[in-house]
Design a binder for this molecule. Sequence first.
Ligand code: HC0
Ligand code: SF4
Length: 575
Amino acid sequence: MINVKINGKALQVAEGTTILAAAKQANVKIPSLCYNSDLPAWASCGICIVRQEGTARMLRACCTKVTEGMSVITHDPEIVKARRTVLELILSNHPQECLTCTRNNNCELQSLAAEFGLRQIRFDHFIIDRPIDNTNDAIVFDRNKCINCGRCVEVCQQVQGVNAIEYQGRGGKTVIGPAALANLADSPCVRCGQCAVHCPVGAIYEAHGSRKIWDRLADPEVTTVVQIAPAVRVALGEEFGLEPGALSTKKIYTALRQIGFNYVFDTNFSADLTIMEEGTELIGRLLEGKGEIPLFTSCCPAWVDYAEKNCHDLLPHVSSAKSPQQMMGAMIKTYWAEKAKIDPAKIFSVSVMPCTAKKYECKRDESMNSSGFQDVDSVLTTRELARFIKQAGIDFNSLAESEADNPLGPYTGAGTIFGATGGVMEAALRTAYAVITGSELGDINFVPARGLQDVKEATVNVKGKDLRIAVVHQLGNVAAVVDAVRASKAKGGEPLYHFIEVMACRGGCVSGGGQPYGADDEVRAKRATGLYTDDTKSEIRVSHKNPYVQQVYTEYLGKPNSEKAHHLLHTHYVK
Ligand code: HC0
Ligand code: SF4
């Protein structure tokens, strides 16, 4: 341990601790802009400068490690003045459109300007008018608001390994933009939205679609239907002052009805349905040679996009099962529309997702209109739903609880854990084991699939055969797994893995690109815990026992992977 002083207060910190982290331990907040705990520190903004006591030396707190006996002053007149100057310089080149900005009231730059009491900027205000890039259906890039902090570049390149955004130009002329001076649609962007949740200002954000929804809600000719994704229920509450991980499923159902949706369904139901389809596909590939092994999951559209762009050779390994969002969309406009005697042409189907890539997924050409219409019409992120609730004047915390509509609402514990990394794998194993062996797993908690470790591996013995699985989240971790699979294929013999879950975002959907801002690993873990609690409290915890899923097969689909199920619930991929 190392002895340091922060503003005169002595404390011990671990070796390698930065000044920023040491100050946090001492409950002192040093302001920062380019720093984010998910990313390497690279000291571009200069807001976090501090002084080593007794010297004139100014140090960047985000990337300077403390040394034995160091005494740090985090705030004095000169430091505050320097920080204020940095802020003024940033603001001199920033459109001052806070009132109409997507980050109004939730912007790190705006908050700092408020904290520093900036009333006037001493420098000339100049803006180079650059076109807004809204070419890719999911993410919007407004370069006019970019403050060159570099967080989006670092997360896209270092964390996700996608390299869609880069620094362009040199020195004072450096700007940030889509790779190779392309627009986002022509860049390698896979729409995971991690750039948007890591942007401190309103330069990168989700493509908004809420105005169209208000119009449909007000149209008496239209039946409006909504579904909510697993990870929304453990994060939306943060927008209303609740702790990360607080489960607010039943209040969300009520809020959606008060907003005016006619029917409220739950993506967790179609997650159960996905397990039936994907689990059956896995068993067919394993036991009957019906396709390539390993099987990769397919419910994350950013991973699918990544595979289509980077792993052409492995596309036959990607499950043909649609994601739960899209399965629900197809079931609403076919099975449910018939049952409810509603013309599917007059159904407007909305989903609430933690994800920006889902906005693109619903518009894909590949089988996403198997009802004869676009199966999911519009996607709102968790953040957008929070704004919707506020626009509707709803006091979220005082809402009464209510249930989802059936038969596309009630879900099992297996469906809800989809939202955390490893959840799809765990849910699939619970059902695959039961189908193959004819008996339920003794302990259905499959702990090796849980947690934030980059790549999780395990072997499960199913009826004398070893099933080797891997769970990978955060796209930057995927290349190594994909390369290992390629090497194992080239070598021949027993496959390295049989089943692999891939989720593009760190921690899975709980920290998707559409979730409330500011998630770090602590928040991710809390949100995941909320989902595991939902699972544990569920009366039924395996997808194949969901009585409404069974009903859908009896009344409509026949059996998993039937021709009808294939038509409605499966898709294909393009190179
Ligand atoms: Fe996810 Fe999903 S778990 S991808 O993260 O499979 O967005 O929450 O809705 O579709 O269910 C996102 C979350 C979903 C889907 C489900 C899967
Ligand atoms: Fe979207 Fe989830 Fe994939 Fe992230 S992990 S891109 S939130 S589906």
